[in-house]
Design a protein around this ligand. Sequence first.
Ligand SMILES: Cc1cc2nc3c(=O)[nH]c(=O)nc-3n(C[C@H](O)[C@H](O)[C@H](O)COP(=O)(O)OP(=O)(O)OC[C@H]3O[C@@H](n4cnc5c(N)ncnc54)[C@H](O)[C@@H]3O)c2cc1C
Length: 381
Amino acid sequence: MPKSLLDLPVPAPSFWVKREWDRADIVVIGAGLVGLLTSIRLKEKFPRRSVWVLDQKSHFFAASWRNAGFACYGSAGELLDEAKRSSLDSAYRLYERRFRGLHALRQEFGDAALGFESSGGWEMFPTQEEAHKVVDQLESLNQDLHAIAGQFPFQPKAAKSLGMNFADTAIFAAQEGAIQTHLMMRSLRQKALSMGVELYEGVHVHALEAEGIYWRLNLALGWDIKAKSVFLCSNAYSSWLQDSLDVQAARGQVLVTSPIPDLPFRGIFHADEGYLYWRSLGTRLLIGGGRNQDFSGEHTFESQTSAPIQAHLMRMLREHIVPGKEFEIESQWAGIMAMAESREPIVKTIAPGLLAGVRMGGMGVALGADVAVQLAGLLEP
Ligand SMILES: Cc1cc2nc3c(=O)[nH]c(=O)nc-3n(C[C@H](O)[C@H](O)[C@H](O)COP(=O)(O)OP(=O)(O)OC[C@H]3O[C@@H](n4cnc5c(N)ncnc54)[C@H](O)[C@@H]3O)c2cc1C
């Protein structure tokens, strides 16, 4: 006697399943925020075509359900780091896409439906010297970004009253904020369903094959379906379906504390060129990041937490963020992001009828809506 349903062999599809599931006009692989937003844009553009979103697992495994909820565009330090890695132009281009994406998301769904809190974002530094390396470049950054942000986005600000153990000078970005991740995902899902998008979970696409004007999707369930157009919105896992895509898995880790009653600050915070971030969640704190402590170890598809990174996050909390405060850990989790040397997302047609919108890095919340518009725009009527 098998111990659970999962131990039973997968049955053959019935005649009815085959009828219903034979072919779709458009299949989106991945029910994360990029897949859902893309399905919404596609249904708007092609209301008569069937649009299916398939996901291999319950969508709670998607990075889109496992993130920290920062609605941010990139701190000044991170933009300067990006400029060093690629170019100032590419750093500004990314900033603009994130800015446009978040604006579009807020316009479309409204702040209440996203749980958006306009708290502003702080960038913290270990020493005054480190702070001034960035502060000294704010004037030109602000001038260059004014046209995108509609204001000078970065202001130096005294940070002493926050009670943290960082340099007294910080940088404040008034337009950043935070969302409640579950509210955003609920809103995206409800809108997609209300427009007639069909959402199927537990459907792992194993392989893709071109067949005339169709793409044949080989499902782990043991049978195939066909679609005229296939959109890969499958994050880091996309390289398993299309190895030409330059996406690498990068694990992100997070922990949430118990309530800290006299928490002296609210808002979102970044340090270490964006590799460390924390935010208030009511009187709890969420802290995440630390990937730069062990790049090679965090280059993995395994979404379990690891002791050294969690210990680093705890150390940062105890020694720098809320020194002397009492708290317990309430939650710890990890999720998988898609990264590469370049921080630009991939939005492209791979072959006729096969398109990809992947590699949101650590800022998919802001980027996703912009990517979805561009991606849906690539499909010819
Ligand atoms: C710990 C952590 C913290 C983060 N914090 C933030 C933050 O504060 N702000 C921010 O903007 N971003 C943050 N991010 C990044 C953000 O979550 C991602 O950029 C974004 O969610 C990516 O969305 P996506 O739709 O591309 O991928 P996902 O949300 O991962 O969705 C991809 C989906 O594709 C499915 N899939 C993959 N392959 C297949 C297949 N073969 N068949 C069927 N289904 C498949 C997967 O099951 C998955 O559900 C964080 C990420 C992590 C992990």
